[in-house]
Structures are given as structure tokens and as C-alpha cells.
Design a protein around this ligand. Structure first.
Ligand code: XIL
Length: 300
């Protein structure tokens, strides 16, 4: 196959990217993105601060620009993200307790209702677990509303759009030996055992010197899948851009039937949130295919 998306489709998977609405006027960017990828995540435009800048007043203009570009170019869309400690609008940062809990529920309903039936999978909750060795929850205003905030978010989401897969998404849950991975694993196992609606786990997979790719990544993917959820690699980037590591990631996903797709977190190195010096993506700043691109295409 000649593109990442077409190659992924041969095994029933997708290959996606994050798209920034502000770059949709850049024809070099849209040419590559339009050609190569078959799944789109809005890099920032569907986050809480973007979609509900004032309490109860929703704004989908930027999110819709990304959504419409994707659909007009034959791509599906992942929704990112509904409940998160980060990129909250100022009004939400000020809230706590039952008021914040209700605001979270209202937010999930408002955004999911707008995109009802149009989203392949939503990252319902993002980054709720703590770094380090605790294996426990991250402290946040949402966590302080009560430990059940995550399951409330998922139940709300299921009712709002039954057609969307509902994902828990996080970083540093790639390495099976890490406490954070085990914490999320235990949560998903608990949710499945109690019937809390969850369909997928998103492994962000931002690999760097402090959290490098580990060969137990395949075990992580297999272990989550064995709980009865899909696994999606949602925000892949690899500092330094190792072609070998990119191929390992693809091979690990392809080894697990329930690993349903891979998205990289940007198109060219110059589009990366890590900066172009990280060389973390599949195309260089001039839009040329890197060695990592060829490694991924060959592995798919
Ligand atoms: C990043 C975006 O890429 C940046 O443009 C923005 O300034 C900050 O957020 N985990 C996530 C993503 O779930 O939403 C983050 O995206 C990267 C880390």
C-alpha cells in the first residue's frame, strides 16, 4: 500500500493524526494529512476550554472546522477530550464539589450531543492517574469531587451518545511494569466487572528519554485487551524519531486483534507539540517522509 491509512485498513485498523484547525489553510499540511491518514483527532479544538469557554455557552466553531475537514476528506474522528484536569476554562477551574460535578456532567452532555453519532471514539476521561509509584489517582479538582467521578463521566457519556466508543486515555501507561499502568488496569478491570460502560483504553504513547518504549508494551496492549476493551494508540510520538521504535510500536499493535488503530500526535516535526527539534513524527518540516515513515508503512 502507498499510504499509512490504506496500509492500516488492510488489517481492519486505522492510522490517524492530530489535526490543528489553525493549520488547515496550509496546503503542504493538508496535502500530507489528507493523503496519509484515515482518522483525525482535534489537537485542542474539542477540549473543555475550547468547547465551553463560558459556563453553559458552548462553542463548536473550531471543533467543527476540524470535524468537517476530516469528514469531507473521508476520515473518521476521535473525540478528545471531555473530562480532564488540564485545559479547563477559568470558570471550571474555580468550581468544586457538587457544582463542579454537575458542570462536568453538563459539559459531557453538551459536547457529546453536538457530535452525537459522528464520533468513532471519545476520550471521555484523560490523564486521571498519578505519575510515580502510587498507582493511584491524580489529585485534581475533579478527583476532589469524589472517587466516582470517572465512572459518572462514563455513564453520562454512554447515555449521551450510545454510538461512540468510550475510552480512558492516559500517558505513561505503556510500560507494563509501571505502577500507573497497573492502577489504570485495575480501574478498567473493576469497571468491566461492575458494568461501568467503557469500551477502550487509549495509550497516548509519548515516548522519550524518561518514558522510553519498552518491549513489554505488547504485554500492556494484550493485558488491557484481555479485559474486554479495545486498545488505541492515541498520541504516538517518539523523541528522536527512531525508525526501529516506530516499527516496534506498529508490530505490537498488529499482534493484538483488539488494538484497533494508531494515531500520531501531529503531521510534520514542525507541527509537533514537542517542537521540531524533537524530531518525533513521521514527516520532516519540509513534508518529506522520514525513515520512521517508511518503517511504519513497511510494518503495517
Ligand atoms: C497538547 C497539544 O498538542 C498542545 O498543542 C497543547 O498546547 C497542549 O496539549 N496529552 C494530551 C493532549 O492528551 O491533549 C496534549 O496535547 C498532549 C498530551
Amino acid at each position: 500500500e502507498s499510504t499509512l491509512g490504506a496500509a492500516a485498513q488492510q488489517s481492519g485498523r486505522y492510522f490517524g493524526t492530530a489535526i490543528a484547525s489553525g493549520k488547515l489553510g496550509d496546503s503542504a499540511y493538508t496535502t500530507i494529512a489528507g493523503r496519509e491518514f484515515d482518522m483525525v483527532t482535534a489537537e485542542n479544538e474539542m477540549k473543555i476550554d475550547a468547547t465551553e469557554p463560558n459556563r453553559g455557552q458552548f462553542n463548536f466553531s473550531a471543533g467543527d472546522r476540524v470535524y468537517n475537514w476530516a469528514v469531507q476528506n473521508g476520515k473518521r474522528v476521535r473525540g478528545h477530550t471531555l473530562a480532564w484536569h488540564n485545559q479547563q476554562p477559568g470558570w471550571m477551574q474555580q468550581l468544586s464539589g457538587s457544582t463542579l460535578r454537575q458542570a462536568m456532567i453538563n459539559h459531557i452532555n453538551g459536547v457529546m450531543n453536538h457530535y452525537k453519532g459522528k464520533i468513532y471514539a471519545w476520550d471521555v476521561v484523560n490523564e486521571a492517574y498519578a505519575d510515580g509509584n502510587s498507582g493511584g489517582r491524580r489529585d485534581s479538582n475533579l478527583q476532589r469531587t469524589g472517587n466516582d467521578w470517572i465512572e459518572v463521566a462514563f455513564r453520562t457519556a454512554r447515555a449521551a451518545d450510545p454510538a461512540a466508543k468510550l475510552c480512558y486515555n492516559d500517558y505513561n501507561i505503556d510500560n507494563w511494569s509501571w505502577a500507573k499502568t497497573q492502577g489504570v488496569y485495575n480501574m478498567v478491570r473493576d469497571f468491566k466487572s461492575r458494568g461501568v460502560p467503557i469500551d477502550c483504553v487509549g495509550l497516548q504513547s509519548h515516548f522519550n528519554g524518561n518514558s522510553p518504549y519498552n518491549s513489554n508494551y505488547r504485554t500492556t496492549i494484550q493485558s488491557f485487551a484481555a479485559l474486554g476493551v479495545d486498545v488505541q494508540i492515541t498520541e504516538l510520538d517518539i523523541q528522536g524519531g527512531s525508525a526501529t521504535t516506530y516499527a516496534n510500536v506498529v508490530n505490537d499493535c498488529l499482534a493484538v486483534p483488539r488494538c484497533t488503530g494508531i494515531s500520531v500526535w501531529g503531521v510534520r516535526d514542525t507541527d509537533s507539540w514537542l517542537g521540531s527539534g524533537a524530531s518525533a513524527l513521521l514527516f520532516d518540516g519540509n513534508g518529506n517522509k522520514k525513515a520512521a515513515y517508511t518503517a511504519v508503512l513497511n510494518a503495517l
